[in-house]
Ligand binder design. Sequence first.
Ligand code: ATP
Length: 358
Amino acid sequence: MTIAQIKIHHFRNIDFADITPSPEFNFIIGNNGSGKTSFLEAIYMLGHGRAFRHQVSSRIIQHHQSELILFSKLINANLQSHSIGLSKTRDGKNKIRIDNDDGYRLTDLAKLLPLQLITPEGFDLLTGGPKYRRAFIDWGCFHHYPEFIGLWNNLRRLLKQRNALLKQASSYQQLLPWDKELIPIAHRVSEIRADYLAQIKPDIINTCAEFLPEYQLDCQFYQGWNSEQNYGELLAEQFIRDHTVNYTTIGPHKAELRLKVNNIPVEDLFSRGQLKLLLCALRLAQGEFYARHKQQPCLYLIDDFASELDSIKRNLFAKRLKSMHSQVFITAVDRAQINEMISENDKIFYVKSGTISL
Ligand SMILES: Nc1ncnc2c1ncn2[C@@H]1O[C@H](COP(=O)(O)OP(=O)(O)OP(=O)(O)O)[C@@H](O)[C@H]1O
């Protein structure tokens, strides 16, 4: 899927923009605070219903405006087009339109606009808590296994109810009706995650070997409880502890993807530049896997690309993105940082005080 047109109204310092991007690389150049990241955030928001740096919608809506509006025309690999629109008001209400119809949900947008994001905040994938790596796995599960989102929503609902019940329960028996529903869903969610990771693992290992040839990455999936033990029996065994903390301490919501080299977690071993390379390699592997299975690439949003990467690695990354035929949006403060990556069909946009022009 590529963005053929995007219109942005009242998004941070962008009052209005109407952009026709290149289906290949788009470079967004401007000084600090000019609005480059805001432009990427607007695209991200169209695919996720939220910005990647800001959770509070009132902070994304332009000062003195009551709502932000985003609109985009998308074209897929079969040249079918879709129009998508999203508006957000200060009280956090989203309105989604797809092909001029209301009543869609954020997951419908996410399916239409698969995005990979590489930003300075994206280091959380490697240095933050397990939830960031679960989000990485679940991105793939969401796009490749249609049943996953329904299972995940049920799992979340059940865990919420179970945790609320844990506070009052005096014996494990009271939790049994919930666990009867929870256990098969937990197993299926874990099976899907394990299957996705088993399939994508060769891509991850090979891409990492190309970006960091001196290291051999090991990536292990932990499903959230000991796989040699019965989940139902473990839930029963954990009752006293879970009751004390009012929280279900084992399950798919505790899953983790452990990334190590020579048994050392990558965040303890790698330099910042190496972490960025690994981040790029993981996102690239995931995007390439998606493109291969869906016969169309996903979009890449890359903020502050030049920082921490040397020009050899920048070019390697750009070459892989180009061979995937992805539409890419890259920000930079200086044209010199991206000069060597520019090809014939690429576009360069300049951003000045929220105004975006060619
Ligand atoms: N709600 C808002 N309304 C208007 N302007 C805003 C709002 N929120 C933030 N801004 C301003 O938007 C500007 C653009 O920020 P943005 O993060 O997009 O800049 P940038 O070009 O990516 O900068 P850098 O290169 O420093 O990362 C900032 O100057 C900020 O003060």
